[in-house]
Ligand binder design. Structure first.
Ligand SMILES: *[C@@H]1O[C@H](CO)[C@@H](O)[C@H](O)[C@H]1NC(C)=O
Ligand SMILES: *[C@@H]1O[C@H](CO)[C@@H](O)[C@H](O)[C@H]1NC(C)=O
Ligand SMILES: *[C@@H]1O[C@H](CO)[C@@H](O)[C@H](O)[C@H]1NC(C)=O
Ligand SMILES: *[C@@H]1O[C@H](CO)[C@@H](O)[C@H](O)[C@H]1NC(C)=O
Ligand SMILES: *[C@@H]1O[C@H](CO)[C@@H](O)[C@H](O)[C@H]1NC(C)=O
Ligand SMILES: *[C@@H]1O[C@H](CO)[C@@H](O)[C@H](O)[C@H]1NC(C)=O
Ligand SMILES: *[C@@H]1O[C@H](CO)[C@@H](O)[C@H](O)[C@H]1NC(C)=O
Ligand SMILES: *[C@@H]1O[C@H](CO)[C@@H](O)[C@H](O)[C@H]1NC(C)=O
Ligand SMILES: *[C@@H]1O[C@H](CO)[C@@H](O)[C@H](O)[C@H]1NC(C)=O
Ligand SMILES: *[C@@H]1O[C@H](CO)[C@@H](O)[C@H](O)[C@H]1NC(C)=O
Length: 852
């Protein structure tokens, strides 16, 4: 294995086909000798044929496809559902010598006929999960000169083939969910050679709607139910809502869903929900804590009897699970197995591995009974190794080989463990359950961390299932699309073109010129960097230092640059593009800026008040003003497009006291100084910059980029300190504090778990000159399934998004070389501080020094 040294996870601008994000482009807006017309000059639309024996979901998506062509050109092509008669002719009257033919191999007799007649080579896709091929063929059927055919290897292959084209035509997957307008063209063509795609990198790619109260629930209640909701639960998440959601998922090429579950029961709320998902082509599941396709706690609350406890109530629970399995049997489903406590809690203390093994064995028996005649190992099943369940696994509990093991992150985007080499050849494979966030706006862009973690998941074969907790969905449009896009084709994305995802996205969503779409990538990259340091809802008045390194001032200045840039682009957009840009860029930028500014102003107010400075009052006013602006931004969002998104920003976000959301936003505390009464030290004082007091009072942080070993290394190679890859930095010391020659090397690292297993804790080494390298094992070991104490808390690893290590060396004044050695993979070094004494308290640590 070769490590291409240590790659900087930075930003490189990269663009591909105009409206394609990581897709093979096959669309043109002008005809040429190598194109096929979808809508030709003179507004002539080529008709679309589907076969009456194809999947209803394909026929439904074909009507979206026809509408998408209309969205782009204003002309809607005829869509015909044809029947192939026994002599292979079709009853199809057309004046057109050209048609578009869409269909599924092995399902559409029309496609089989075209393949037979033309000899179209489909060997590359036949039998391949969700693959498709599209191209022009001559004489496809009797009486037709030429056709552009979109052939799917299976139901979703055909559906994704159509939506792939729609996206390249310029129809955003978010056209309804973020009001992204479609750019108009008078003509629309495809290349004769067409597009194709093999099986996706990850088999099941999905989202989990979670903690969907207040925002998503209140919004959906108003938008879809006029306030009534489902009969038994009052849930607004019925078929009208899911119709919209399923379409969005398929347009992004997702195929899997864990539905909203805290006050809803997908399979009970609306009898149309389950068949609708199946018709669309969405594989339904239930969350990590809801076995056998029944919602917990809601369905258990409605229909359960006795305790949710398999030691005392196994008969009832067994039948409860039979019910869920029978109900799901007709539909494409991916069953969660195992068991957790009611309300997503660990099972009681008395639970042991033997009981959990009995539970899984009973669940397998249920599959055998319900799917009598079917090989149980062919029924897709997943066991989520969430928190304590991972502990049972590490303690030796095993499930049958065909069950997918779902590894999880720490709910903050750091994956706790990847499959080890010995775990990679299970027939059920492995997957990842990932979180964008637990609670609310303003948006915390995550796509860079997501890329870093999910590229490891690919390298280590956790590629059977990717499911991401998207909370209320709406603030995470970009991150969700990135997660799914990467799962669709991970091979497209490298650290060098990652930023191109955002600029291509900006181009597609807002039809921006190159310079502006790259600037949007810059806005989002910078905002990501800011929110990655500390989630906005965890900010407080003293997070950033007012006294050291001008830290707060610099952070605010960076945010102002981001805000000015976003406002400039927003102001320049035509009115029909403003709503989308506001939702996707401008609101998150402004909301973050206002919130951070408010906290920092409150901190300055507190500081100046403690210095008895009257100017404290100006900052108190400013905090009040910003507090109002925060609400005004929320109101602006809710009033967009006549209130289409009313309630979507209902999430409270100011003044978090513990993990649960606050019940109301309250203003950060401000202190007022009595202006009329003279302060004790007299009217004139000097407040030295860089000091906490007007009378006269260490080092931690997150900044430019990081380094990590690349390629990700599926074979988990490791090294003893001083033998593996390294990076070096030259530095020069004059003298050290106290002239003892002591320098402390403080290294700032991402909170990477011991994801290579407990016997391979993450590690790296630090060396100065030829002194002995010092190895750091920086993530403490913890009991299986638990988190180390230092991970938690307001100043824990994840809240700070950082871990620091300290290595002391004694060096004489002069020139030195600092080396950082790789020991174990997956480590991310963000920053190194060479402390010769005198490093002062700040959130991010001292700023980077200039390179000489
Ligand atoms: C196509 O024909 C089939 C069979 O007659 C029918 O069930 C289906 O609803 C039709 N689909 C559309 C989109 O018209
Ligand atoms: C095929 O059968 C249809 C009716 O089933 C008939 O109208 C048509 O003429 C036949 N075509 C040929 C070429 O025999
Ligand atoms: C296509 O050809 C195969 C094999 O030659 C044959 O079995 C099948 O019936 C044909 N299908 C159609 C629709 O003509
Ligand atoms: C809600 O009620 C209004 C007024 O009666 C009606 O126009 C609208 O269609 C209803 N919406 C839904 C989703 O039922
Ligand atoms: C499952 O249980 C519900 C509620 O008790 C009942 O309405 C439904 O008919 C049952 N379904 C099956 C398939 O047993
Ligand atoms: C499957 O069905 C057969 C025939 O109906 C029956 O004898 C057998 O017991 C069933 N197996 C299970 C596991 O229910
Ligand atoms: C899976 O891999 C492990 C470790 O490499 C090996 O011991 C085991 O035999 C493999 N199992 C199969 C089914 O290949
Ligand atoms: C503010 O947050 C910092 C970490 O950013 C923490 O150290 C400090 O205790 C917090 N202050 C208050 C008043 O909660
Ligand atoms: C993003 O940050 C970089 C580095 O600080 C800066 O040069 C650039 O102007 C910023 N761009 C925006 C849009 O904020
Ligand atoms: C490298 O990994 C092996 C297990 O594969 C372990 O025994 C060894 O201690 C590790 N080496 C270092 C330097 O951590």
């Amino acid at each position: 294995m070769r490590f291409d040294v240590l790659v900087v996870l930075g930003f490189v601008v990269w663009t591909r086909g105009v409206l394609a994000i990581g897709q093979a482009p096959c669309v043109a807006f002008k005809s040429s000798s190598t194109t096929f017309p979808i809508v030709d000059v003179g507004k002539k639309a080529t008709p679309i044929l589907v076969s009456q024996d194809d999947w209803p979901g394909v026929q439904r998506a074909a009507s979206d496809f026809a509408e998408d062509i209309q969205r782009v050109t204003g002309v809607k092509p005829a869509l015909t559902n044809v029947t192939l008669s026994s002599n292979s002719s079709i009853a199809f009257e057309s004046t057109s010598s050209r048609v578009i033919i869409v269909g599924t191999l092995g399902k559409s007799s029309l496609i089989e006929e075209v393949v037979n007649r033309t000899g179209l080579d489909v060997s590359g896709v036949r039998g391949q999960w969700e693959a498709f091929v599209a191209r022009e063929v001559k004489n496809p059927i009797e009486g037709v000169g030429s056709a552009y055919v979109i052939v799917g290897a299976d139901k979703r292959g055909t559906i994704f083939g159509m939506y792939d084209h729609s996206e390249q035509f310029g129809v955003s997957p978010w056209y309804w969910w973020a009001d992204v307008p479609t750019t108009q063209h008078t003509e629309l063509h495809v290349t004769s050679s067409g597009c194709s795609h093999g099986s996706p990198s990850v088999k099941y790619r999905g989202i989990f709607l979670n903690d969907e109260q207040p925002a998503l629930t209140n919004w959906a209640m108003k938008e879809f139910t006029n306030g009534t909701g489902a009969a038994l639960t009052g849930s607004p998440f019925m078929s009208a809502f899911y119709t919209r959601l399923f379409e969005l998922l398929l347009r992004m090429k997702a195929n899997y869903l864990w539905p909203a579950q805290w006050s809803s029961a997908f399979n009970v709320d609306d009898s149309l929900n389950q068949p609708l998902a199946d018709l669309y082509g969405i594989v339904m599941g239930t969350s990590h804590e809801e076995p056998m396709m029944r919602s917990i706690p809601v369905e258990w609350g409605l229909f359960g009897n006795g305790a949710w406890d398999y030691t005392t109530n196994s008969d009832f629970i067994y039948n409860f699970w039979i019910n869920g399995t029978e109900r799901a049997k007709p539909y494409e489903s991916l069953y969660t197995i195992g068991m957790r406590g009611n309300g997503d809690l660990p099972l009681s203390e008395s639970i042991n591995v033997a009981l959990l093994e009995k539970i899984v064995s009973d669940q397998r028996q249920i599959f055998g009974q319900v799917f009598n005649g079917t090989d149980v190992t062919t029924i897709p099943q997943v066991w989520a190794l969430y928190q304590e369940v991972q502990g049972y696994y590490e303690d030796g509990m095993r499930v049958p080989d065909d069950v997918t093991l779902l590894w999880t992150d720490d709910t903050w985007g750091n994956i706790r463990r990847f499959p080890l080499i010995s775990e990679r050849n299970r027939t059920g494979g492995a997957g990842v359950y990932y979180h964008f966030d637990l609670v609310g706006p303003p948006r915390d862009y995550k796509w860079i961390t997501t890329y870093e973690q999910m590229s490891l998941a690919i390298a280590r074969k956790a590629d059977r299932i990717w499911i991401v907790n998207v909370g209320d969905l709406k603030p995470y449009e970009l991150d969700t699309e990135f997660f799914i896009t990467m799962g669709w084709d991970a091979s497209v994305w490298t650290p060098y073109n990652l930023d191109g995802f955002v600029s291509s996205w900006a181009k597609r969503e807002f039809d921006l010129p190159d310079g502006d779409s790259e600037e949007v990538a810059g806005i989002i990259a910078n905002l990501t960097r800011f929110t990655a340091r500390r989630k906005p809802e965890l900010l407080n008045s003293t997070t950033y230092s007012f006294t050291n390194y001008r830290e707060a001032d610099n952070a605010l200045a960076e945010l102002k640059t981001i805000s000015d840039s976003s406002t400039r682009i927003y102001d320049g957009l035509s009115s029909e593009k403003k709503a989308a840009f506001f939702q996707l860029v401008q609101h998150p930028v402004q909301a973050t800026y206002v919130l951070a500014n408010m906290w920092m102003s409150s901190g300055i107010n507190n500081l100046r008040a403690s210095q008895a400075r009257i100017s404290a009052n100006t900052f108190a006013d400013q905090v009040e003003d910003l507090f109002e602006q925060d609400f005004a931004l929320e109101t602006q969002y809710h009033q967009l497009l006549n209130g289409k998104w009313d309630h979507m920003m209902d999430q409270t976000h100011v003044m978090y006291y513990y993990w649960q959301q606050p019940m109301a936003n309250t203003m950060p505390p401000v202190v007022r100084v009595q202006a009329k009464k003279q302060a004790l030290p007299g009217p004139m004082r000097i407040s030295p910059e860089g000091s906490l007091a007007a009378w006269q009072l260490p080092g931690i942080g997150r900044t430019l980029s990081g380094i990590t070993p690349w390629p990700r290394g599926g074979d988990e190679q490791n090294f003893t300190a001083g033998t593996g890859p390294s990076v070096e930095y030259d530095f020069f010391t004059f003298n050290t504090v106290g002239n003892k020659g002591t320098v402390n090397i403080v290294t700032y690292l991402s909170p990477t778990w011991n994801a290579n297993g407990q016997d391979r804790p993450v590690a790296f080494a630090v060396q100065i000159d030829s002194q002995a390298p010092q190895t750091n094992h920086f993530f403490p070991l913890s009991a299986p399934g638990s988190s180390p104490a230092a991970w938690n808390g307001y100043d824990g690893f994840v809240a700070n998004s950082i871990i620091t290590t300290n290595n002391a060396f004694t060096v004489p004044p002069g020139a030195h070389t600092l080396k950082i050695w790789m020991v174990e993979p997956t480590v991310i070094v963000q920053k190194i501080v060479i402390n010769t004494g005198g490093v002062r308290a700040s959130y991010l640590g001292p700023p980077e020094s200039l390179r000489m």
